[in-house]
Design a protein around this ligand. Structure first.
Ligand code: HXC
Length: 262
């Protein structure tokens, strides 16, 4: 499949590769329009369905992960346009249906929908030039792809309110301190760091990778006791896998495990 607004590639050994999606509208700082979001959804689904792919990285350019939804494209929409046709938001949640881990490797601006897109990924590794924000208030709107919901879950109410109401940006150091990003690295090390993490994930057994992702995500969708029960069911179920036998046997016998994803 050929794409116009994104670039896809793979890295790693043939057996277990990392799928990389690079947002590619450099002149518009990767502003997110319907076409780009359709391409992104297709690319993510294709990687998710490909048995040789174990983990996915979503990234942008040095200057911008994504500067938000395309303001020019939505400037003249009416309420009926956006509500009746679900314009802008209709294809934004596709990333949530991806079962394989998706790492956001963010450099430069991650604003508005760009910040929301990064937050839809499973975790964010940031370059030291990354800037995060929800500046929609400056445009007379509010975040529309989960920003008011995922940001407070990531950084708490005080900082989420601050960002949503003032529209200010936070830098990578503040974002890491607040818990929005898992690691901050120098810009020229961003892809190496993200690839290192992704290849490590690829080396583990897929059932436990899926289960870990599902269980952590459940923490944001349920009460503590329901979440703990969900985790316990998955934990018990993993004892039915060959990979659990392999992982523990390898540890006991001081050798490297060879997971079969079974
Ligand atoms: C369309 C955009 C854009 C955007 C930048 N550009 N952001 N085009 N939509 N979100 C375009 C500019 O118009 C400009 O095009 C080119 O990219 C370079 O941008 P500059 O502003 O010249 O760059 P700079 O001075 O470095 O400033 C960078 C910036 C600024 C701080 C990121 O561009 C900016 O504030 N952008 C808007 C950020 C924003 O408000 N995002 C939220 C959007 S609403 P030309 O043709 O002039 O060179 C949103 C809602 C989400 O995301 C809803 C989800 C469903």
């Amino acid at each position: 499949m050929t794409y116009e607004l994104i670039v896809t590639s793979t890295e790693g050994p043939d057996s277990r590769q990392v799928g990389i999606v690079t947002l590619n509208r450099p002149k518009q700082l990767n502003a997110l329009n319907n076409e780009l979001m359709d391409e992104l959804g297709s690319a993510l689904k294709a990687f998710d369905a490909d048995d040789s792919i174990g983990c996915i990285i979503l990234t942008g350019s040095e200057k911008a992960f994504a500067a938000g939804a395309d303001i020019g494209a939505m400037a003249n929409y009416s309420f009926a346009d956006v509500y009746n046709n679900d314009y802008i938001t209709r294809n934004w949640e596709q990333i949530r249906s991806i079962r394989k881990p998706v790492i956001a490797a963010v450099s430069g601006f991650a604003l508005g929908g760009g910040c929301e897109l990064a937050m839809m990924c499973d975790f964010i590794i940031a370059a030291d030039n990354a800037r995060f924000g929800q500046p929609e208030i400056k445009l007379g709107i509010i975040p529309g792809a989960g920003g008011t919901q995922r940001l407070p879950r990531a950084v708490g109410k005080a900082k989420a309110m601050d960002l949503a109401l003032t529209g200010r940006m936070m830098d990578a150091v503040e974002a890491e301190r607040a818990g929005l990003v898992s690691r901050v690295v120098p810009l020229d090390k961003l892809m190496d760091e993200a690839l290192g993490a992704a290849l490590m994930i690829c080396s583990y057994g897929q059932p436990s990778v899926f289960a870990a992702k599902e269980a952590v995500n459940r923490a944001f969708e349920s009460s503590l006791s329901d979440g703990v029960m969900f985790e316990r069911r998955l934990f018990h179920a993993l004892f039915a896998t060959e990979d659990q036998k392999e992982g523990m046997d390898a540890f006991v016998n001081k050798r490297k495990p060879e997971f079969k994803n079974r």
